[in-house]
Design a binder for this molecule. Structure first.
Ligand code: FAD
Ligand code: N01
Length: 537
């Protein structure tokens, strides 16, 4: 057994992104527990360690895309832009790791492959790919919602003689596209960021699109220092507002139906949100946009008009206009010159619904009508979201039941943080919590602090196990589905429902009830001596 001196921990945490880093700090430095983090990557940062593709940056405003638990940290860090680039976010997270001396308790280059609950010892035994075995009272998944990349099975990929990359595993020394013929598969939020940047460098860029996207301009830029300072002075209030908001931002819906507003009023409102950029068009629009197809349609039509205005060739514009799903029911990408890029002479749009990809050949990609010769293929094909990273670990709870099996028909979870039959296991931003339907650092902090509260409660009362009750789990899982089904979200084939992964059960995974109400529910559960959980002494 490697490192036997420290083989038994109070807690083992998997993942060293925003979630795992704060979980470590919280358990080790606030509760004084022994904790170890395992991380597959060779550094901290999670999403921001792996996703180094050209154009990668956040699309939450930087003043809220950060930790809020420490006043000094908040005040000392200066973001250079509204949406900083990946290297800057990674620098920030490294700064946090230095500040709280986190690295000494993180094992990098170490993938956790197995976690088993021992019912006699009431402890988890955790194994890594390299064969290290440790035990812990608590097993905490901080594995990320978007960390298991999805490389679809394309016939002939192994024969391809050029270079190929998935955006979620981008080489650390970058990729030079100069004078190259590049192909990119996918047009999700990642591709929307990467395409304009790659197109500037590449000799030719061919975009293979399956589903077009409604994009809204990001409107990135420097933040006025006066605004930044005013926000710093107001952080307590900002934190309260985002913690009690719907989506973890300082945004709220217009309390009116889109259909009640006159066409002129709507046009003014839409244009104001369009000019402001960011998520307001998606998350601060008329309140019935996610509930009424008619209200949704007027928002969609405005965005279709913008695509037609921007893209010079009407035939290309039509291909770029979404027609198969309602606006906003897939994740809203923010763009910087995305549609403009299709006006460039070196950019070709291939609609793979018209001319499907048949195979990857040694020289490129063959669609039904021709072969596209390519020196580089970029897969911007997304992730096996939410359940993917947890299911990749062989997690076994009571009676040897595997999590993967339990979730065969979709995730079952109590509050998205605990699973019946898996005592002392917590999932940070697990399925059934607001997670990806929120500005994630806000949801991550709430989960970390709530889990810390559970563990402190157990310590104070000398408890051995804490476990979600099956009935509480079933009720919560049904509630998550009910809230989703009341909206238009489940009508789209999105990754929120697992529709991007062949064979994945079609279940809307994140909780749509809102960050504020969810926090309130978690607080009520805690106040009622952790209602819905059972404990053993
Ligand atoms: P991650 O950052 O994904 O970290 C999880 C870590 O766990 C990974 O490093 C992974 O290697 C590790 N891990 C997983 N399984 C194992 C295992 N078995 N063994 C060892 N280690 C393991 N959210 C927003 O709110 N706003 C944004 O603007 C935003 N931008 C994004 C941009 C991109 C390109 C992507 C992909 C996502 C973005 N997100 C955004 C979502 C983002 O994932 C979260 O904001 C946040 O970074 C998640 O942190 P995390 O710690 O939960 O997970
Ligand atoms: O992944 P995606 P992503 N053949 O799944 C296509 C966060 N994020 O990496 O829509 C052909 O959205 C697929 O087509 P379709 C954010 O939460 C945030 O772009 O399934 N095409 C789609 O076009 C985001 O939502 C930021 O029909 C195939 C694309 O590949 C999430 O991460 C930036 C295919 C995948 O899009 C995931 O975004 C980036 C196939 N076989 C990411 N398989 C910011 O905050 C898949 N596709 C800035």
């Amino acid at each position: 057994m490697a490192n036997s001196q420290h083989a038994n921990f109070d807690a083992v945490i998997v993942g060293a992104g925003f979630a795992g880093m704060y979980m470590l700090h919280s358990l080790r430095d606030k509760l004084g527990l022994s904790a170890r983090v395992y991380e597959t990557g060779n550094g901290i940062g999670g999403t921001w360690y792996w996703n180094r593709y050209p154009g990668a940056r956040c699309d939450s405003d930087s003043y809220v895309y950060c930790y809020m638990f420490d006043q000094r940290l908040l005040r000392e860090w200066e973001w250079s832009e509204r949406y900083p680039e990946q290297p800057e976010i990674l620098r920030y997270l490294n700064h946090v790791a230095d500040r709280f001396d986190l690295r000494k308790d993180i094992r990098f280059n170490t993938r956790v492959t197995e976690a088993r609950f021992d019912e006699n010892a009431n402890r988890w035994t955790i194994r890594t790919e390299a064969g290290e075995v440790v035990t812990a009272k608590y097993f905490i998944g901080a594995v990320g919602c978007l960390s298991a990349s999805n490389l679809p099975k394309f016939k002939g990929l192994e024969t391809y003689q050029g270079k190929h990359y998935h955006t979620g595993h981008w080489p650390h020394d970058g990729v030079d596209f100069t004078a190259r013929r590049v192909g990119i598969i996918g047009t999700g939020a990642t591709a929307v960021q990467a395409i304009p940047v790659i197109a500037q460098q590449a000799k030719r860029l061919t975009v293979f699109q399956r589903t077009p996207n409604f994009c809204v301009p990001a409107r990135n830029g420097k933040v006025d220092p006066e605004v930044a300072n005013a926000r710093k002075a107001d952080y307590d209030a900002i934190r309260e507002r985002i913690r009690n908001s719907s989506f973890g931002f300082e945004l709220s819906f217009i309390e009116k139906s889109a259909l009640e507003a006159s066409p002129e009023e709507r046009e003014r409102t839409f244009n104001a949100m369009w000019d402001q950029g960011g998520f307001s068009f998606w998350l601060a629009n008329y309140q019935d946009m996610f509930f009424s197809k008619e209200a949704n349609e007027v928002c969609a039509e405005f965005l279709r008009g913008k695509i037609r205005e921007t893209v010079k060739d009407p035939a290309i514009a039509e291909k770029l206009i979404p027609k198969t799903y309602l606006y906003g029911t897939k994740r809203q990408p923010l763009d910087s010159n995305y549609f403009e890029t299709f006006n460039k002479p070196n950019v070709l749009l291939v609609d793979v619904n018209e001319t499907p990809i048949e195979e990857i050949t040694p020289r490129g990609i063959r669609t039904s009508d021709r072969e596209h010769e390519l020196d580089i293929i970029v897969f911007a094909t997304g992730f096996d979201a939410m359940t993917g990273p947890l299911k990749k670990i062989d997690i076994r709870g009571r009676g040897g039941q595997t999590l993967s099996r339990k979730w065969d028909d979709g995730p079952h979870s109590y509050l998205g943080v605990a699973v019946a039959g898996f005592p002392n296991m917590f999932t940070i931003t697990g399925p059934g919590s607001p997670s990806v339907m929120s500005n994630m650092p806000v949801s991550i902090e709430q989960h970390v602090e709530w889990i810390t509260g559970c563990i402190e409660h157990m310590r104070q009362h000398g408890l051995a196990t804490m476990e979600a009750r099956t009935d509480a789990e079933a009720q919560w899982t049904a509630h998550v589905a009910e809230v989703a089904n009341a909206s238009l979200f489940p009508t789209a084939d999105s990754w929120y429902l697992g529709a991007n992964i062949p064979g994945k059960p079609r279940v809307f995974m994140p909780y749509l009830g809102g960050v504020g109400p969810y926090r309130q529910k978690c607080d009520e559960v805690a106040a009622k001596e952790y209602e819905g959980f059972t404990f053993t002494a």
